[in-house]
Design a protein. Structure first.
Length: 208
């Protein structure tokens, strides 16, 4: 069962069940995918409008890049849950002998590393979405300014939620160099995304 193939109602029901996945990671990816879709919508509402004839190239490029991010983040919804399930599967591995314990420990480390790859990609995509909005804010169809503002918030939530998932996974990683690398990249993206998102929100709000 692919999460993205569920109805909105069934997805929400599944997320609210006693299963630990889908959880915050998939929810954060969904926030980002929705934000990308909103940004694409604003672009499409600009294309072909005489009032915005001078920004047609920008509108078309925004749609192209927003659609790409939408596809990436939609795919991550399921991939994040699959990564978590890989960690859960390790707990079912035998641990009676020293060899089994060693194999289980090694498998857990690999699974935790895999679980950092997806949220870091999510953070990069969310930040990229904010950069797209930075180029488009105040230039594309202003009647949809509130929608662009919601896209800002969606990308911000995507980045923040993904960061929490990075943190909880690197906490269990014994490879200190790998964990430090993930932390450094995540903190850098988080810092830039925070400043950018907060500024964009105020800019968009001033247009309404």
């Amino acid at each position: 069962m692919r999460l993205v193939d569920l109805s909105t109602k069934d997805f929400i029901i599944e997320m609210g069940s006693d299963s630990p996945a889908p959880g915050g990671g998939s929810a954060s990816a969904l926030c980002g995918a929705q934000a990308a879709a909103l940004l694409a919508m604003v672009g499409r509402l600009t294309i072909g409008k005489k009032k915005y004839a001078d920004v047609q190239d920008l509108a078309e490029e925004t749609v192209k890049q927003a659609d790409r991010l939408k596809e990436i983040l939609t795919e991550i919804i399921d991939r994040d849950t699959e990564s978590f399930n890989a960690v859960s599967a390790v707990f079912a591995m035998p641990k009676e002998t020293d060899e089994e314990k060693a194999a289980r420990k090694a498998a857990m480390q690999e699974a935790l590393k895999l679980c950092t790859v997806t949220p870091l990609e999510m953070m990069r995509s969310g930040y990229e979405g904010l950069l797209l909005i930075e180029k488009a804010a105040g230039k594309l169809n202003l009647t949809a300014a509130s929608d662009m503002g919601c896209a800002v918030l969606g990308f911000r939530s995507c980045v923040y939620g993904a960061w929490l998932n990075v943190l909880i996974n690197i906490a269990g990683i014994t490879d200190e160099a790998y964990a430090a690398k993930c932390r450094t990249e995540g903190e850098e993206i988080l810092g830039k995304a925070t400043v950018l998102a907060d500024g964009l929100y105020e800019k968009v709000k001033s247009l309404i």
